[in-house]
Write a protein that binds this ligand. Sequence first.
Ligand SMILES: Nc1ncnc2c1ncn2[C@@H]1O[C@H](COP(=O)(O)OP(=O)(O)OP(=O)(O)O)[C@@H](O)[C@H]1O
Ligand code: SF4
Ligand SMILES: [Mg+2]
Length: 322
Amino acid sequence: MAEKNKLISLDNVCKYFNVGHGKTLKAVDGITLNIYKGETLGVVGESGCGKSTLGRVVMGIYHPTSGKLEYEGQEVNLRKTKDRFQYSKKAQIIFQDPYASLNPRMTVGDIIAEGMEIHNMYTKEKRTQRVYELLDTVGLNKEHANRFPHEFSGGQRQRIGIARALAIEPEFIVCDEPISALDVSIQSQVINLLKELQERLGLTYMFIAHDLNIVKYISDRIAVMYLGNLVELAPSDDIYAHTLHPYSQALLASVPIPDPDKEAQKRAQVLSGDVPSPINPKPGCKFAGRCPKACDRCRAETPALREIRPNHFVACHLVQPE
Ligand SMILES: Nc1ncnc2c1ncn2[C@@H]1O[C@H](COP(=O)(O)OP(=O)(O)OP(=O)(O)O)[C@@H](O)[C@H]1O
Ligand code: SF4
Ligand SMILES: [Mg+2]
């Protein structure tokens, strides 16, 4: 994609948490990445690998411990209140849990209008009108504005979460596992709504998920994360046709298949062991302890993310440019 279409850039971004006793948890550990206007970047990886932390850094909830975040070529300094406030008008988030993410004591109308109020957008009457329009946009109706979140199903609550994110007319939305708490029957409705809104409003998404099937359907490019690092980044079609990193291969192979016996067998073969702790990680490739191809070099030297095929980046010593 052309350089001029770059919306967000991360340059060696780290987010560390101090977890006491002199220990540091490296949730995001040096990520360099561009997000282009109008695209959906899928982010996948096992639980605890840093997807949500990355999403929170990108949308400005967390200050990076080090590294640089740029929006349309301008550095965003999240320590400055003014920068943070301005950025919060451009970047929004839709959370995984539609139950916990809506204030139970506020009406749906107030929840959706809150961001517009904070950013001093429109008159009160116009805000009410916008709330009705937004409810309509996400497949609900104006009568829902005076009700409370507990009166809605999970799918409807996620629609309210989407309306809230859209209210301040953001350009970029982090969708942090927005459908994983929903019934399978409702998941595709919410995905289709997100896709339709993207086309209509020209939105850019970072779409976080465990499920590689869903990411494939919605993403233009996919980033695979392992323990705070990017291990593979490529256009969707290419990553499925040429899965190059051993961890991505294992993740893809562990996409559920219909026969439960075969599935158990397959999972056991490909991804044994849990994600190791991100606290004080060992040097070398972080996947070495679980990688069937690991050699001495892997335990000593951290592999850099390199372009192996056009626009296809991989961090593995054994994968050589084609
Ligand atoms: N505020 C925090 N303080 C300390 N540790 C944190 C904090 N937030 C996240 N972590 C840790 O950072 C690591 C990455 O967490 P994160 O929530 O980003 O993972 P994830 O990939 O989103 O996982 P999941 O798929 O389960 O949502 C985990 O080890 C987590 O325990
Ligand atoms: S660098 Fe080594 S341990 Fe890491 S993924 Fe590649 S082969 Fe496996
Ligand atoms: Mg998460």
